[in-house]
Design a protein around this ligand. Structure first.
Ligand code: NAP
Length: 247
């Protein structure tokens, strides 16, 4: 899939929600989706950073995006349903969602992790992807070809010491993917997959591996063939998969 070449109009006419659009992989995917024709609903907390992504998309001649400054850690069902309603009202449809937002504290032994940290880790890394998908489900079901992509973590797939609640939440995301997939078996027009990027040079990587040089790592742009493939119609038959970019 790393050699996948997306045609220029791959996502033309589609609306894609990107949670975690203000930085890293979510930012790069938002730019890539817009470059391939999508109207992107940009969601994150930091409005100034969202505006930068918005401006970059407009400057590159992409469809005018929409900005949703929103805190997924504080969201409740009502807030998420209002968000989905606002997307429907302003953008008229929803053909895809990339969940790239995450919460991470530090690599620490379980003995030092707190209940409050775990609640926050579960909230942003597992509960919010579930609840945001649920809130958007009526819209996604209306789309002729809809794709939801969660972002996993290799340590959620293969647990290791010190990754704690972060890895547990990411492991839960894989289970969530399988359950959604079974429950959507009779909805051929909607698929849900989890993409595990592997090591990528972003601010998160600098926090998890402070001693590593980012130059040796893939850049977010290098992973865009996967992000485009999974969001567009060429992956219509890929359902309920956990896909590792760098196994
Ligand atoms: N980078 C890697 O090496 C790597 C490896 C494996 C997996 N991943 C996964 O890839 C995904 C993206 O990682 P990244 O490296 O691109 O991270 P990043 O650069 O830190 O970006 C994270 C995004 O999430 C948003 N966000 C965080 N908390 C939020 C909240 N409460 N509400 C709304 N938005 C929130 C941030 O925006 P605001 O601060 O503006 O809210 C930001 O846009 C994550 O799921 C991560 O687990 C990354």
């Amino acid at each position: 899939m790393k050699d996948y070449q997306a045609r220029p109009d791959l996502l033309a006419g589609r609306v894609v929600l990107v949670a975690g659009a203000s930085s890293g992989l979510g930012r790069t995917a938002s730019l890539a989706y817009a470059r391939h024709g999508a109207t992107v609903a940009l969601l994150a907390r930091n409005e100034a950073r969202l505006e930068t992504v918005y401006d970059e998309i407009v400057a590159a001649g992409g469809p005018e995006p929409a900005m949703f400054p929103f805190d997924l850690a504080a969201a409740d069902d009502r807030g998420l349903e209002t968000l989905a309603g606002t997307i429907a009202h302003h953008l008229g449809r929803l053909d895809g969602m990339l969940y790239s937002a995450h919460q991470f504290f530090s690599l620490t032994p379980l003995a030092l992790q707190t209940l409050e940290q775990w609640q926050s880790l579960m909230r942003v890394n597992l509960i919010a992807p579930f609840a945001l998908t649920r809130a958007c489900l009526p819209l996604l079901r209306q789309a002729p070809d809809a794709s939801v992509v969660f972002t996993g973590e290799s340590h959620g797939h293969r647990p290791a010491a010190y990754w704690g609640g972060y890895a547990v939440a990411k492991a839960g995301l894989e289970t969530l993917t399988h359950i959604w997939n079974e429950e959507l078996a009779d909805t051929a027009t909607l698929r849900i997959n989890t993409l595990i990027p592997g090591p990528v040079a972003t601010t998160l990587r600098a926090r998890t591996h402070p001693g590593h040089t980012p130059d040796a790592l893939p850049a977010p742009d290098d992973l865009m063939p996967w992000y485009l493939y999974l969001m567009g119609p060429d992956s219509q038959t890929v359902r309920g998969q956990i896909i590792e970019c760098a196994p």
